[in-house]
Design a protein around this ligand. Structure first.
Ligand code: HEM
Length: 525
């Protein structure tokens, strides 16, 4: 047989074998760069040996056969073939990328809830992914006794408590975090209150003029987080932040759109993460945290704080240092935008519901308030705002164990499949919360009949990977909301349109809140 036939034929057979033996069985998302390099090497070798024309026809034969094998398998022979869902997502997650762009970042917010209405509680939302809207699945998938593990998304960036898929390692590291948080949280409470006082001074200086709400809230949370990690605040509240710090925060907030697109294709994120760490914004962010951490290490601390727990529990080695750098960046990025976003949304709700502000006055005027303790209405306001508008839209990914997973009173999910619990859609499901689109804080206090299934409220997640900063975040939110409400009325501009504002909320990994101005008017009675 002529070489012109043998080579493309061999390529086609290799493609089918590759798909059958490797791609169907193993996850290779983390090997994209190596695969691209190997492919170019193979192509170059073929071109060198047999000429460019033959190399091109061989490559085309390989790629077309591989594509065909993948599509045929995913559409008709995949273990998830019985699960309903949009046909495009059976073949590839690229449809989710396109839909995210097409809907201007409304994928988890608008497209996902539609899936439930159209296809039911178990929807195939990717070639090997099922999104489950059935609350029976929460514990088997996310709970402490779950046999699932984190999905490919958690492989993408530098290793940290959050971004790793090794359950045993996570359990050990998480113990360090939880102990550190438990021991340092009450010591940190007065610092949180100090930052709130700084924010109140900033508000006082506004003299009842309109102020940029998002900026005030996000600056506050960045200040708190940098104090937690590096021992010193960035100084946003007091107007002492450096130019670099301002650039870093702008970069972190500004890159969320990219994240919102790429989170559907973690293999692509993984491929660009390494090159990106050597250039531009990512490099600046890494260098900044590295320098701040070096300064933090140099502080001889008489009262050990949270960071000293992490530093003590981490070996002084290149790998230990990498972990600490990663985790210091994790704390800033996981703890700042989330808390700032929630605060912004809570104040908008309070601006829309002055009767709730009156209720808060009554509650807070009567008690010896502490941000460490929960207060019925204060916590209810925070919860209700997070139920309607969580700070994290991304439904966390898990992988089923090899033997598969039976959901009690639900369906069997085959092994090694990605499963997600779309928390936003569940919290807006009328089976779980009555009048689900309405802001009714009383459902958490005096009207429990309106919260029929509180298990569907997952703003911090649940189980072994529950937010490690949940108590701290609640402390911050209580402190700021109570501090502001005790002194001020929150007034939205007359032009404010609720539908336009909430309609423009975007879902990237975290939530994008449209820029909003408010007035803080001195409380009159
Ligand atoms: C209102 C504010 C916050 C919200 C709504 C929130 C929400 C969440 C959610 C939903 C997750 C799970 C993410 C996933 O599965 O991929 C998470 C994880 C995490 N959060 Fe938060 N978070 C908040 C504040 C904070 C703060 C202040 C910290 C600071 C220490 C923090 C640190 C973390 C860490 C380290 C994880 C990873 C935990 C693990 O994998 O074991 N978060 N958070």
């Amino acid at each position: 047989m002529a070489l012109e036939t043998v080579l493309p034929l061999t390529a086609a057979i290799s493609a089918i074998s590759l798909h059958h033996v490797v791609l169907r069985r193993y996850e290779i998302d983390h090997l994209v760069l190596q695969i691209v390099a190997a492919s170019w090497f193979a192509f170059g070798s073929l071109a060198y040996e047999f000429g460019v024309q033959l190399a091109v026809s061989t490559a085309l034969s390989f790629l077309l056969t591989l594509g065909l094998a993948i599509i045929t398998y995913r559409a008709w022979f995949h273990p998830l073939r019985e699960f309903p869902g949009p046909w495009q997502l059976r073949i590839s997650k690229f449809w989710a990328v396109w839909k995210t762009l097409d809907t201007k970042f409304q994928y988890f917010k608008s497209v996902h809830p539609e899936f439930r209405k159209r296809y039911g509680d178990y929807v195939r939302t990717g070639p090997r992914e099922v999104s489950i809207f059935d609350t029976n699945a929460i514990q088997p998938i996310l709970g402490f006794n779950s046999r699932t593990s984190k999905g490919p998304y958690y492989d993408v960036f530098e290793r940290s408590l959050h971004l790793n898929r090794d359950k045993a390692w996570h359990r050990q590291r998480r113990r360090v975090w939880d102990n550190g948080m438990k021991q340092s949280l009450s010591d940190f409470a007065p610092r949180v209150e100090e930052f709130t006082s700084e924010l109140l001074e900033r508000i006082e200086k506004s003299n009842g003029a309109l102020v940029p709400l998002n900026e005030f809230c996000v600056h506050y949370s960045y200040d708190v987080m940098s104090a937690l990690v590096f021992g010193t605040s960035i100084g946003f509240n007091t107007g002492q932040s450096s130019e670099v710090a301002r650039r870093i925060v702008a970069i972190l907030s500004g890159n969320l759109h990219g994240l919102g697109v790429m989170l559907h294709v973690p293999w692509f994120m993984k491929a660009i993460a390494t090159p990106l760490s050597f250039v531009g914004p990512v490099k600046l962010w890494e260098e900044w945290t590295r320098d701040r951490l070096a300064e933090r290490r140099a502080i001889k601390d008489p009262n050990p704080d949270f960071m000293s727990h992490l530093i003590e529990a981490t070996p002084r080695s290149p790998e230990g240092d990498r972990l600490l750098f990663g985790e210091s960046r994790l704390i800033i990025s996981a703890g700042s935008d989330t808390t700032g976003t929630n605060l912004t949304l809570i104040f908008v709700q309070l601006g829309l519901h002055p009767e709730v502000v009156r209720g808060l006055w009554e509650e807070l005027d009567e008690i010896e308030y502490s941000c460490l303790r929960s207060q019925p209405l204060l916590d209810a306001v925070i919860n209700e705002s997070m139920r309607l508008w969580p700070a994290v839209f991304f439904p966390t990914q898990r992988v089923t164990p090899p033997e598969g997973l039976q959901i009690p009173n639900g369906r069997f999910i085959p092994g090694n499949m990605i499963v997600t619990i779309p928390a936003f859609a569940m919290a807006r499901d009328e089976r779980n919360f009555a009048m689900p689109d309405k802001f009714i804080p009383e459902r958490w206090t005096t009207r429990p009949e309106l919260a029929m299934n509180k298990a569907a409220f997952l703003p911090f997640l649940t189980g072994p990977y529950v937010c490690a900063g949940k108590s701290l975040a609640m402390m911050e939110m209580r402190s700021v909301v109570a501090g502001v409400v005790q002194k001020y009325d929150i007034v939205l501009p007359e032009t404010f349109d609720e539908e336009i504002f909430f309609g423009a909320v975007e879902d990237h990994w975290t939530t994008g809140v449209p820029k909003q101005q408010v007035r803080f008017d001195k409380r009159k009675n």
